[in-house]
Write a new protein. Structure first.
Length: 260
């Protein structure tokens, strides 16, 4: 199975060096996790594109470095701050278009805030991100993220109803587990809206993010569930480098998935 690998697996190595590690491991699909604003400038993006083209690598998706700012700057109440920061997402979407990526990943707003954010305002702001993406030919997608509003199936259903055909989802296995949901409960409800998947393994209840092949997650069931729904998207390994030799483990995970 042709599974991709996110550059975020090598954080905090610089993005271009992380991409080289992905390429050297033989992955032919990737997600680029940008880590600062200078990486969105065209010379940097074009260099990544050249490396991808030269090595036959398809960039599937882009993950904004500003995810940590979205709660306050995009989904906050202060209009001027939103006006100042929304251009950053124009740059991310343009970078995605240059790289040939079809997906931009959004975390959104925290679940618990000092001042609760009305869902209607959240959906209004997200729709504006979607429109920016459309202008660049990319899908702006909501990821399910622990401790964020998107961790809840109920919220995602409400968002789907509000956005209609503009609602698309990135599904993350580990984030579902961290939020206390059975990943397959999430999958069964949202399988028709999922366009991109972040993969990791788990050893419940001790560890919820280990390299694929090192845990007991039922990947066969995951692939079958999405295949049966007509899934046309891709899968990308997204794990964290803490506590193990990430390059060695990713090589083993790549071999693990080649058996499917």
């Amino acid at each position: 199975m042709n599974i991709g690998c996110s550059t975020s697996c090598f954080y905090p190595i610089e993005t271009e060096k992380a991409f080289k590690e992905v390429v050297d491991l033989g992955f032919k699909k990737t997600e680029i996790f940008f880590n600062t604003s200078s990486e969105l400038e065209l010379p940097f993006v074009n260099n990544l594109k050249s490396v991808a083209d030269d090595n036959g690598v398809k960039v599937l998706s882009v993950h904004p470095f500003s995810s940590a700012l979205e709660n306050m700057c995009i989904f906050g109440e202060y209009q001027r701050r939103y006006d100042d920061f929304i251009g950053l997402y124009q740059k991310h979407c343009h970078a995605a278009a240059v790289l040939g990526a079809g997906v931009v990943v959004i975390h959104g707003a925290l679940d618990k805030r000092k001042i609760p954010l009305p869902d209607e305002l959240y959906f209004e702001r997200f729709r504006k991100l979607v429109e920016i993406g459309k202008g660049e030919g990319v899908l702006v997608c909501q990821e399910n993220v622990n401790k964020f509003k998107s961790q809840h199936i109920g919220f995602m259903k409400k968002m789907r109803e509000a956005l209609g055909s503009d609602f698309h989802m990135v599904f993350d296995v580990k984030q579902s587990i961290r939020a206390g949901y059975d990943p397959f409960e999430f999958l069964n409800e949202m399988k028709n809206e999922i366009v991109h998947v972040h993969l990791s393994d788990n050893l419940l209840p001790e560890k919820d993010c280990v390299p694929p092949g090192r845990g007991n997650f039922d990947f066969s069931r995951l692939f079958k569930t999405l295949d049966d729904s007509g899934y046309k998207g891709d899968y990308v390994i997204e794990i964290y480098s803490r506590g193990y030799d990430v390059k060695k483990e990713l090589a083993l995970s790549k071999e693990f998935f080649e058996k499917f």
